[in-house]
Design a protein around this ligand. Sequence first.
Ligand code: ME8
Length: 637
Amino acid sequence: MNNKKFYVTTPIYYATAAPHLGTLYSTLLADVAARWHKVQAIDTFFLTGTDEFGQKVAQAAQQAGKDPKSFVDQFIPAYKDLWKKYLIDYTHFIRTTDDYHVKAVQQWIADLQKKGDIYKGAYEGWYCTPCETFLTEKDFEVGTKNPLCTSCERPTGWVCEPCYFFKLSAYQDVLLQFFQDNPNFITPKERAAEVVSFVRSGLQDVSISRTTISWGVPFPGDEKHVTYVWADALNNYITGVGYGQEGKQADFKKWWPADMQVLGKDIVRFHAVYWPAFLMASGLPLPKQLLVHGWIKMGDYKMSKSRGNSIDPQNLLQSYGADAVRYYLTRQLAITQDGQFSIEDLEQKISSDLANDLGNLLQRTESLALKYDAATLTAPQTWSNTSQALYQASLTMIEQFEKEMERGYFHSALNHVWKFLHESNAYFHNQEPWKLIKTDKAGFLEIISATVHALKTAGILLWPVMPAKMESLFERIGYQFELGKDQVALCKIPWKNTFMLTGGNPLFEKPEEKKETVAPEVTQPVVNYIGIEDLAKVELTVGTIIDCQSIPESDKLLKLSVDLGEAQPRCILSGVKSSYSPEQLIGKQGVFVTNLKPRMMLKKYESQGMMLFVKNQDGQMIFATTEKEVPNGNKLQ
Ligand code: ME8
């Protein structure tokens, strides 16, 4: 074993539903990073788990008619089972309700109270329950009622309560200095820029306790309070490797700080600002790198449990198998941007990249070798220039691959492997070994040997992404794959392996050639039913837009003047500037909510209702209307 170590984490997921493709994505990236170190014989710790306290979990449990602990318990097997099926080889699964975590968090709070970094005060503010976060002053227009959450865009609620604060404001300058000294702390750079500008604009102290809920880590020394989720949840990254636990000091010292923390961009502020400040306050070193990825989207929206627009990864398994889905998610979704998940695209990549470029090269090389009695293949004493060039190309590829893997750009690393596979295919085909066998057996054997060396090298680099398939490949070529040895270093030494080819079925089946493909289902949105009496509360009225003007100080809003069959037209503001010009709306009849409480917008316009729109496939807002014209003021029923 190499004496280096690698510690990687995933976010801990809210245990309010089974995992979906988005959570699989983060966990998979962490697994790929962990396996990339394991394949180099580096001692590795991979932590994942679930976030089980807080209002969001308590509310979900209440809706389900269960107590919070049995509610969260029911999802744990689903996580562990899915991770197993997707070959996620974690070291430890932490649950924030685990006793050792609860105790360590309490100790952490008590220590920071002594140091003066935690103090008692009172908090008032707009709070988003789904995201478990308060809006800051910068996030909404003063005077707005229930402003929308900047992350999930759902209405927030007003919260006012005594609470404990963490002195985040004291860490503004040290954080900025830290970002400057550690430019690679946040990957990719675009995310780093957002964080720096957030910190520069001023940090407020953060509330870290609640009195309005009881489902949380009890606050030490004040039983009316429980710990607010982030102060509890972020600490999992240290408690998961022994922090605050008797007899585990050596483990903690060995693993902390984390080398890579994988997370989605929704929680970057907590990880890049709160978390380093918490650690600084406790005198602990900071993680080396935050790998922040974008969304897997379905249409316009982030795939999420609470939105109910997620794909069940279990269904994908049946149709395509773990390795192919792992490959598609790692290669197709660049961590630098959001990406759409598409079944057609997944199938196309399985056919072209996996079945053709990789599987077919193995199949053709093997069947040719077996046909001409060359199952046992020794490397030639000297290699031709063409074979030497392929070996050199493999070294270049490994170097580029290493560089991309180290910075967390796994998708780019895979591009280098595919470029090399194309070169290997060209090497094989251009030399036509099936013809050469008739005149030059040694030349023929050299081509087969070099191609198998190339496949082995690609296989080692692809093992972190497709472990099961690459292990089948190693078996097929008779390569002894041992994790205790630095496999990447072994790929760099001049080619001299002896292989034993066995033959077998194609490594990857093309989806279009499979007899039965189980169509993956998109899970149905969760329906929160309402009674007819709730519907009756909303007054929907048909009206005609008699005038419409653009509001110059807003890039979203249009000001409509609407005839709703009343004495005066109503003024209604609508955020559809990007979809309609004022002229396109004048004279149009639409549907309006007419008993919505009037709202002041931009401090000077009172909006007296709401026009109804629906988004089309391009994300454009399309107004709702009736099938035939009806008198203004008629109600929908
Ligand atoms: O935020 N695309 O938990 P969570 C890509 N408990 N990644 C996605 C995704 C999508 N559509 N949807 C979710 C929490 N994710 C807190 C974290 S950590 C101390 C506490 C991934 O269940 C992504 O990593 O809402 C995102 O950051 C995480 O799941 C949020 O999971």
